[in-house]
Write a protein that binds this ligand. Structure first.
Ligand SMILES: [Zn+2]
Length: 236
């Protein structure tokens, strides 16, 4: 008997494809890590490369679609931590970027004295902190997001590596207390996620792309948070 593809499976595949988004383009990720003084800045685009082979188990770590347009709270972040690297269609379809930032650091800490490639967990975190400030990674993946995503990912791509000062001028001091590290980091993720989310809604309402200045302000948030994380791990 001839097999036909179940309509439900077709719908499922289409829905999964509908959630695919990229992220700041490569040089933008590299520049953000470099300006934060991360010594492995040249690896900061690697997690996007990993998506090609790892598929959804990596992809969902790069955004949070926030389909209900809810305010991001510490609970939003903490409930995503154990979803890291998971790709269950029911639980992970919105993505879990916020939890991935903390989960990647937990993996780094767990392997810091044993694994040869422990540092690569920190590379993943550096990348996710970059994605955190991309407004379109913090809002629903609707028609606006689909149509404008790639353009906005690359808004400063052509010049950013040659002009790190354009990010640096928007950096500010973030303090993550050693004895409250995860709690403070969670609060900072919440703060930047809400800034990025609200900017994303504004762009969508005005049906326009980021301006370069808006992109640099956003990247300043990511670079500032990454620098604070690196300071915690005495990587500066
Ligand atoms: Zn990404």
């Amino acid at each position: 008997m001839k097999k036909s593809t179940c309509p439900a499976i077709v719908v499922l595949i289409l829905l999964i494809q509908a959630t695919v988004a990229l992220g700041w383009h490569d040089k933008t990720h590299l520049a953000t890590a470099k300006v934060a003084k991360y010594r492995m800045w040249y690896n900061a685009a690697g997690p996007d490369i990993a998506k090609i082979k790892a598929g959804d188990s990596e992809r969902y770590n790069h955004w949070y679609n926030n389909d209900r347009k809810s305010e991001v709270t510490p609970q939003t972040v903490t409930t995503q931590i154990n979803r890291y690297n998971k790709s269950n269609f029911l639980f992970d379809i919105e993505g879990h970027l916020y939890g991935a930032i903390i989960a990647s650091l937990r993996e780094y800490e767990a392997s810091i004295n044993s694994a040869t490639y422990a540092e690569y967990h920190l590379v993943y975190c550096a990348h996710y902190i970059g994605d955190l400030s991309m407004p379109l990674h913090n809002i629903p993946y609707d028609d606006y997001n689909k149509n404008r995503h790639s353009v906005n990912d690359g808004i400063v791509e052509q010049e950013v590596l040659e002009h790190p000062e354009k990010i640096a001028r928007h950096m500010y001091r973030i303090t993550l207390r050693d004895d409250h590290f995860e709690a403070d980091l969670t609060d900072e993720i919440v703060r930047i996620a809400n800034i990025s989310r609200l900017l994303g809604y504004k762009l969508s309402a005005e049906s326009r792309d980021l301006t370069p200045e808006e992109a640099y302000i956003q990247l300043g948030h990511s670079a500032s948070l990454l620098k604070a994380v690196l300071q915690h791990y005495k990587k500066l």
